[in-house]
Design a protein around this ligand. Structure first.
Ligand SMILES: *[C@@H]1O[C@H](CO)[C@@H](O)[C@H](O)[C@H]1NC(C)=O
Ligand SMILES: *[C@@H]1O[C@H](CO)[C@@H](O)[C@H](O)[C@H]1NC(C)=O
Ligand SMILES: [Zn+2]
Length: 331
């Protein structure tokens, strides 16, 4: 709790690439501190999970770093966010920077002209988009004029004009139900009647190549779309962080499996999450919460485990002298 804000401040202020080696080292330092140089009894990855999923909410510094860098990408898309740095960054190419977010090839084309300041967030962005399988959905972030797959925009100079009228990103002129109607665009963006044919071209392209079915969880693309639509106000970094954590697909299912094996029962995923959640929220005593957590996460060294480790029969006896041998976690 003390270290995180200090590092976060650096992550947000310094446009540097932090090598993976450094995160490894921090991971090791933190782990050594938690376990006081003894052998870790619970996976580090498990500790990083949120409490209601059976973890200890230990911050993942790597994702905080990424979230801090991606924050700037969010501000690029947020029209009402004004800053000197933003103008400098957005005007370094002969096209705006935002369309790059939806098209990796476009970014590669301009790659050599980008400053380090923008290259780092962009690289992180594309890596995360790829990891979380969002490349298709990212097309929503392309701009009509700069969409390389939309031929009419390259042939017809009128689309430049339309950009000026606010026909920029697909996500701004569409909703879950599809591209906005011509009437809507006419009202909001002052289109001419003679643009109707271009609208049909655009809608055809949108329905075939851009449109995507709405899916459940909040993801990185949603955050940028919210930014475009002026919806995000605060807590950008923590929203980004949550999304990044979600994609790691970590879970405590392996602990659940151990319980199932030991008790010879079947627990559904919901049962298990319920147990974790209840244990994390039942009592206001931190000490008891920790104890409950240690129980369900199988932290303690049972007589059985002791016996298996040492091979001595007497270590398999329950320490409360109830004559139980080889007691496991259920005991
Ligand atoms: C550090 O720990 C986090 C949390 O489990 C993990 O996701 C990350 O990959 C680790 N970083 C490195 C560089 O190993
Ligand atoms: C933790 O979960 C177990 C299993 O559901 C339950 O028996 C126990 O009462 C819970 N402990 C707390 C403190 O909520
Ligand atoms: Zn006993």
């Amino acid at each position: 709790m003390i270290v995180l804000p200090q590092l976060l401040f650096l992550f947000q202020s310094l446009p540097v690439e932090v090598p993976i080696k450094q995160f490894n080292e921090w991971n090791r330092t933190i782990s050594r501190f938690i376990w006081q140089n003894k052998k870790p009894r619970i996976r580090y990855k498990t500790l990083c999970l949120p409490r209601d999923k059976g973890g200890m909410s230990l911050p993942c510094l790597e994702n905080y770093y990424k979230a801090a860098q991606l924050q700037y990408v969010v501000y690029w898309c947020k029209e009402d966010y004004d800053a000197k740095w933003k103008e400098l960054e957005l005007n370094q190419l002969d096209i705006p920077l935002q369309p790059l977010l939806g098209d990796k090839t476009l970014k590669t084309i301009y790659s050599s002209k980008l400053s380090d300041l923008t290259k780092i967030p962009l690289n992180i962005w594309f890596k995360e988009i790829c990891n979380s399988n969002l490349e298709r959905k990212a097309r929503l972030l392309r701009w009509v004029e700069h969409d390389r797959d939309f031929r009419p925009a390259q042939l017809d100079m009128r689309f430049k004009e339309l950009t000026r009228k606010g026909i920029t990103s697909y996500c701004l002129i569409s909703s879950d139900t599809g591209l906005d109607s011509f009437q809507q665009l006419q009202e909001n963006h002052d289109l001419d009647k003679k643009d109707f044919y271009r609208y049909l071209q655009l809608r055809h392209h949108f329905d075939r190549n851009i449109r995507i079915l709405k899916e459940g969880d909040l993801d990185l693309i949603d955050i940028l779309i919210d930014a475009y639509k002026g919806k995000i106000q605060r807590k950008v970094v923590s929203r980004l962080y949550l999304c990044l954590q979600l994609y790691k697909k970590l879970s405590t299912s392996y602990v659940k499996c151990n319980w199932e094996r030991e008790a010879n029962i079947i627990l559904t995923e919901d049962d298990w999450l319920n147990i974790c959640e209840i244990n994390a929220s039942t009592t206001s005593s931190g000490q008891w919460r920790e104890f409950a957590w240690k129980n369900i996460i199988r932290f303690f060294i049972t007589p059985r485990r002791k016996y298996l480790q040492s091979g001595r029969t007497e270590s398999g006896h329950c320490w409360r002298q109830c004559n139980n041998v080889m007691a496991g976690h259920c005991h």
